[in-house]
Design a protein around this ligand. Structure first.
Ligand code: S3P
Length: 179
């Protein structure tokens, strides 16, 4: 929590279904920042949905896009950035985000994540025979990356508004500390 760096932006990382986009939009409103979602940026750039990119070009092509977008994000200011769930599971991506942003991880248990994402079909990694087991496996692999966030915020049993207020508070406090 004591890294000295310019906090031009706020980045939300975390697993699918932890509320990065909804919390991010609320935080952007509170801070009067712009809001950007890396999945949306990639979809606009490629002209295909994330599902179509995974199906047509493969996951490695999608990860390449993520790495390219991460480099561009360093030029942003006053932006709340919601990342795809797998984007920070890459040392270079995480290191780059940490040069210009406070990185906040939204956390939830596998069961809660499954409860939130079931019934949604746009996440290719969860098109699995046993999605809950897949969530557990992916979360286990990604946890060491998620834990490198500057702040970890639990989202279980809490409203988007509540979580957003806590995230905004952390950001303003970190800026006041001169981090
Ligand atoms: C992914 C999460 C998705 C999207 C893609 C892969 C992942 O984003 O980037 O389906 O690897 O966890 P959300 O976390 O916004 O659902």
């Amino acid at each position: 929590m004591s890294t000295v760096r310019p906090l031009h932006n706020l980045v939300l990382i975390g697993f699918m279904g932890t509320g990065k986009s909804s919390v991010g939009q609320a935080v952007a409103g509170q801070l009067h920042f712009s809001f950007l979602d890396t999945d949306q940026v990639i979809e606009q750039r490629v002209g295909k949905s994330v599902g179509e990119i995974f199906a047509g070009d493969g996951e490695p092509a999608f990860r390449d896009w993520e790495r390219r977008i991460v480099v561009e994000l360093a030029a942003r200011t006053k932006t709340v950035i919601a990342t795809g769930g797998g984007l920070p599971a890459d040392d270079a991506n995480l290191a780059s985000l940490k040069t210009h942003a406070l990185v906040v991880c939204l956390w939830a248990s596998p069961e809660k994540i499954w409860e939130r994402v079931r019934g949604q079909s746009h996440r290719p990694l969860l098109n699995d025979l046993d999605p809950l087991a897949k969530i557990r496996r992916l979360l286990e692999v990604r946890e060491p990356y998620y834990r490198q966030a500057d702040v970890l915020v639990n989202t279980e049993m809490r409203s988007v508004r509540d979580v957003a207020q806590q995230v905004t508070h952390h950001f303003l406090a970190a800026r006041a500390e001169g981090r």
